[in-house]
Design a protein around this ligand. Structure first.
Ligand code: BJW
Length: 277
């Protein structure tokens, strides 16, 4: 009883400290990973796969070598995941991040997710580091990088073709995501480094912090003297150097945090009015 009381007091203290840092911030960089979409019903990247896909290791499917070796297998895996994503809605964690835009002057969301749920929630500045599985491109990028292709139109024309063929060169079409061993889109990566160096606070939600170069961004922010706040139910590659750790699911922690930021902003505004009158 006493220990659970102490625990909830500690959680409240950490939330207050995080809220106070966010209330003072002029610029916020939010780095997200698969965990932020978990409460939308989308499994995280590394958790056990379900159904037909239970026997496959996602790390081995998300590579150009796997696609070259078995294009149908990899395409069908992405079709399965695309279906999950188009049926999903943003959750209270995504929505809380949108609300932060009313409380902090500059907010950029640097996401490793390929599901488009931050944009669907209404976040106005989203940098996609690993692409988006709702888009497709030519595997050979025959007309420049990326050669985007409307695969939905191709699929309905050719029915079961899996994967469909590029209408320009006849090669395979693939999802417009970044696989292991591929470079991240240059503009997105340079924006992410800049935001990590220039923000006042970096808020990291739902990433295991093991996939580079995204996993290096929190260390860039920390090295530049910024406050690093992590939201995750489990320890990650970032936990050991985060300034504040809010342990729990994003869909619960983020709305509570945003509410406290709102209160902290009000308190600051009242104090400022009193000191000038
Ligand atoms: C919750 C929750 C709730 C649960 N609320 N949270 C430096 C060192 C070592 C290796 C490398 C390095 N530099 C490059 C590499 C190689 C490689 C790499 O990092 N390998 C590591 C595995 C070691 N990186 C690359 O190849 C990258 N390219 C590159 O660097 O190019 C230059 C280069 C090329 C060649 C040689 C050298 C350099 C490309 C990386 C591309 C990653 N792509 C993927 C697939 C995208 C498409 C798809 O989705 O299929 O991106 S891999 C996968 O991992 C996906 C994710 O975006 C990414 C990160 O995963 P994430 O989001 O962290 O998910 P999980 O599942 O790992 O974690 C979920 C978390 O949520 C957990 O912590 C839970 O606790 C938490 N959680 N419920 C909040 N409710």
């Amino acid at each position: 009883m006493l220990s659970s009381l102490r625990h909830s007091r500690a959680v409240n203290d950490l939330t207050e400290q995080a809220a106070s840092a966010l209330a003072r911030a002029r610029s916020l960089a939010v780095l997200t990973g698969a965990g932020v979409s978990k409460e939308s019903g989308i499994p995280t990247f590394r958790e056990a796969q379900t159904g037909l896909w239970v026997q496959y290791d996602p790390q081995e499917l998300a590579t150009p070598q796997a696609f070259r070796h078995n294009p149908k297998l990899v395409w069908d895996w992405y079709e399965y995941r695309r279906q999950l994503v188009v049926e999903a809605n943003p959750n209270s964690g995504h929505l809380a991040l949108v609300e932060l835009e009313q409380l902090v002057p500059r907010v950029v969301v640097l996401t490793q997710n390929v599901d488009g749920l931050h944009q669907a929630a209404g976040s106005s500045d989203v940098v996609e580091l690993h692409g988006n599985l709702r888009r497709s491109k030519c595997f050979a990028n025959c007309r420049g990088d990326p050669t985007l292709i409307d695969a939905t139109a191709l699929l309905s024309e050719s029915r079961q073709a899996s994967p469909p063929r590029c209408p320009h060169c006849g090669g395979y079409v693939r999802p417009d995501v970044v696989w292991f061993g591929e470079t991240l889109p240059e503009a997105a990566l340079s924006r992410a480094y800049q935001a990590s160096e220039e923000c006042d606070v970096m808020l990291i939600v739902g990433t295991s912090g093991v996939v580079h170069p995204a996993a290096a961004l929190p260390a860039v922010a920390k090295g530049a003297g910024k406050t690093v706040i992590e939201v995750n139910p489990e320890p990650s590659g970032i936990t050991s150097f985060a300034d504040l750790i809010l342990q729990g699911p994003g869909g619960e922690v983020l709305p509570r945090l945003v509410e406290r930021v709102r209160q902290a902003k009000c308190t600051r505004a009242v104090a400022a009015t009193r000191s000038t009158s």
